[in-house]
Design a protein around this ligand. Structure first.
Ligand SMILES: [Fe+2]
Length: 216
């Protein structure tokens, strides 16, 4: 690089990360009791309806019907409140601050997932909605010697993003998220993601959700 004084400027003033992909990863505190109630409820539901919804993105495993958010149990209503909170907070952060008072109504679909040994979720998006996410109830006991066991992987949606081959930049095309109990994620529904095969014991339990947003 030249040592010409023309090169002495702050690139941060000239750089914008255009067309951002928002991703929220929030760890709700004090979730142990809630997660226990959710896990017990979801396992009971599976026993009473072992066909569940059938196949969505899952290869193996069990997925409940999509009306989970209407289940009457208190733990489900707490989860609903958490989803609403995180979506409203994110929208509040993303809207341009022009002084206009704006209010929104949320339409939520949600379903439970149980993955056991060998179960996974293929690469997919969530069509016909705006925002999607997941809440982690329990991780099971993944075999830590098996790479990526039960991990969520989020993929850069831009088909040509891997043209940039400089390693370890903020432009990396793959993002992995650990399924920590009490952790809630939120992303645009068009964002491709998948779940690596679960290798281990027990049940990996999560709750997925879709949200459509209507401006009042
Ligand atoms: Fe998904």
């Amino acid at each position: 690089m030249s040592d010409n004084s023309d090169s002495d400027f702050d690139i941060r003033k000239s750089l914008s990360l255009l067309f951002a992909t928002p991703l929220v990863v929030h760890d709700w505190p004090e979730s142990e009791q809630l997660n226990k109630e959710l896990a017990d409820l979801i396992v009971r539901k599976e026993k009473s309806d072992n066909r569940g919804y059938g196949t969505r993105s899952n290869a193996g495993g069990w997925q409940s019907s999509g009306n989970l958010i209407q289940w009457p149990e208190t733990c489900i209503q707490t989860l609903k409140s958490r989803i609403e909170t995180i979506v409203f907070k994110m929208i509040g952060e993303l809207v341009r601050k022009d002084g206009t008072a704006r209010t929104f109504t949320l339409l939520i679909d949600s379903w439970a997932n149980i993955n056991r040994q060998g179960d996974y979720n293929v690469v997919h998006t969530h069509p016909n909605c705006m925002w999607s996410g997941v809440y982690y109830v329990q991780p099971g006991k993944p075999d830590k010697t098996i790479p990526y066991s039960g991990l969520l992987e989020i993929l850069d949606p831009r088909e040509a993003a891997n043209y940039i081959q400089i390693r370890n930049t903020v432009l990396d095309g793959r993002e992995f998220v650990e399924n920590v109990p009490g952790r809630m994620l939120l992303w645009p529904s068009w964002l491709k993601h998948w779940v690596h095969p679960f290798a281990g014991e027990g049940e990996r339990i999560s709750i997925a959700y879709n949200v459509n947003v209507i401006e009042n």
